[in-house]
Design a protein around this ligand. Structure first.
Ligand code: ARG
Length: 484
């Protein structure tokens, strides 16, 4: 499908121009100012211009095939639509406040170019099927852009993971030292979360790839149009089988917003970890100057604003989903003007992700890992206690007894302020007869990591296998997004 995402810019609406409405016929007076101000959406739906024009070209061809536009009229129509697109891009054609929405503004532009011929394009379609079509086209395009940016985050995390497959870190539960892990393993955990997000978006696209065009206001058209041909021309995989559903359905928008909120949550969790890692207490990483900020008063400060904004922006991503669900709840079939409220949350979510993702990718790819400090504390907090207990199990001790024996040893160590490996043979035996001197063999971090070598474990060799599999999956995701 055609890629346009990323081209749009902030819309300024001029206040000149003659009011142009698509529905003036049966009204004696114009709308009250208050209504006009409430009703107008062109200042935010203007970004749909390329998609609206794309749909207009497809519609013009269908009118031509139906015998409702001559070949010569079609040619002039397409020429004018192309010209209008250029004029919109250069800014020579701008919406005015008198244009209610993007469709109104573009019809004005068409009438300016074609005179009465411009009025023929509206036959058989309504803004109701148009806007549903435009939003689907816009989102399908932008979802591909979002996936490409997400792939950059995955790639940055994977590059760090490749460097740090053998770097031991304190693995945590409840933010307490639990068991040592490969830092690469921890980084790849975040990649899996983003990979699921992308898979969700790719799956979303199947349901988004249904064309509403041809549904008209709600009931289809009595004109001999062919929605299936239009769908194909616009890169959809099918045409909506029910015109009422087609103009009322915004599941695709809500579902996109859920997928995006989930991405926000994953960015937030990664952001939170990075904030911790960069803190004086952890000092696991040093952020690159290009991706950290200073303080206006404290000259020494280096702040993790990128990570914090990634965490903070998740608030609006979740909020946008809530807005959409609330708008949709309780709407009778079919189109209701409430549906105009679908666009700002969607646009804000797209903009937010396209803003945050490159910064997070940059932060991750440039951060320097303080491996010495990270690994030095990997076994702190008696983090090898489980390794001891599991050794006893391998020697035939019931896990329940092994757990208790090692628990007693931990208390002994705490009371005497020593580490697990520092207890004498004698004292080991006093704590429990199971604790023979050879148990010390498992009290080393590299051994503890290497021992967790089953599928999904943190053994560095397994991390490298995991990384190879992820690289393949991420390549496939990148290829999908770029249409290759
Ligand atoms: N601007 C509207 C929207 O965003 C589309 C126009 C449909 N308006 C109407 N009165 N049927 O949903």
């Amino acid at each position: 499908m055609a890629r346009i995402a990323g081209d749009e810019e902030e819309t300024t609406v001029s206040d000149g121009g003659k009011p142009m409405r698509l529905w003036g016929g049966r009204f004696e007076s114009g709308p009250a100012d208050a209504l006009a101000r409430l009703s107008v959406s062109v200042h935010f739906d203007w970004r749909l211009v390329p998609y609206d024009l794309m749909a207009s070209r497809a519609h013009a061809r269908v009118l031509n095939r139906a015998g409702l536009l001559t070949d010569e009229e079609l040619e002039r129509m397409i020429g004018a639509l192309d010209d209008l697109e250029t004029a919109c891009k250069t800014g020579e054609f701008r919406p005015t406040v008198a244009d209610e929405d993007v469709h109104t503004a573009l019809e004005r532009g068409l009438l300016e170019r074609l005179g009465s011929l411009g009025g023929k394009l509206r036959a058989g379609r309504s803004r109701n099927d148009q806007i549903a079509t435009d939003l689907r086209l816009y989102l399908r395009d932008n979802v591909r852009a979002i996936i490409s940016r997400l792939v950059e985050v995955e790639t940055a995390l994977m590059a760090q993971a490749a460097t740090h497959a053998d770097t031991a870190a304190p693995g945590m539960t409840h933010l307490q030292h639990a068991q040592p892990v490969s830092f690469g393993h921890q980084l790849l955990a975040h990649v899996h979360a983003f990979a699921r997000d992308i898979d969700r978006l790719i799956d979303w696209d199947k349901r988004a790839a249904v064309s509403p065009l041809g549904s008209g206001a709600l009931a289809g058209s009595s004109l001999p149009l062919d929605p299936v041909v239009v769908a194909e021309e616009l890169g959809f995989t099918s045409a909506a089988p029910n015109s009422m559903d087609a103009v009322a359905d915004r599941d695709f928008a809500a579902e996109f917003l859920f997928d995006a909120a989930m991405i926000g949550i994953h960015l937030s969790r990664l952001g939170e970890e990075i904030v911790l890692w960069a803190s004086q207490e952890f000092r696991w990483i040093e952020m690159d100057d290009a991706y950290s900020t200073g303080s206006s008063i404290m000259p020494q400060k280096k702040n993790p604003d990128v990570a914090e904004l990634a965490r903070g922006k998740s608030g609006r991503l979740i909020g946008n989903l809530m807005s959409m669900l609330t708008v949709l709840k309780g709407l009778p079939l079919t189109y209701n003007r409430d549906l105009q409220e679908d666009k700002e949350p969607v646009f804000d979510t797209v903009d937010t992700l396209l803003l945050v993702l490159p910064a997070v990718a940059g932060l991750v790819s440039t951060m320097r890992v303080n491996t010495a400090r990270m690994s030095a504390t990997a076994s702190d907090g008696f983090a090898l206690a489980t390794d001891l207990a599991e050794l006893l199990v391998r020697k035939g001790v019931a896990f329940r007894d092994a757990h208790e024996a090692v628990g007693h040893l931990v208390v002994y160590c705490q009371v005497n302020d020593v580490d697990l490996g520092e207890v004498s043979d004698e004292d080991l035996a006093k704590v429990s007869p199971h604790l023979t001197p050879d148990v010390r063999d498992v009290l080393n971090v590299p051994g503890a990591l290497a021992a967790r070598k089953a599928h999904g474990g943190t053994a560095p060799d397994r991390v490298r296998d995991q990384l190879a599999a992820l690289r393949e999956a991420v390549d496939a995701q990148a290829a999908w997004a770029s249409g290759s």
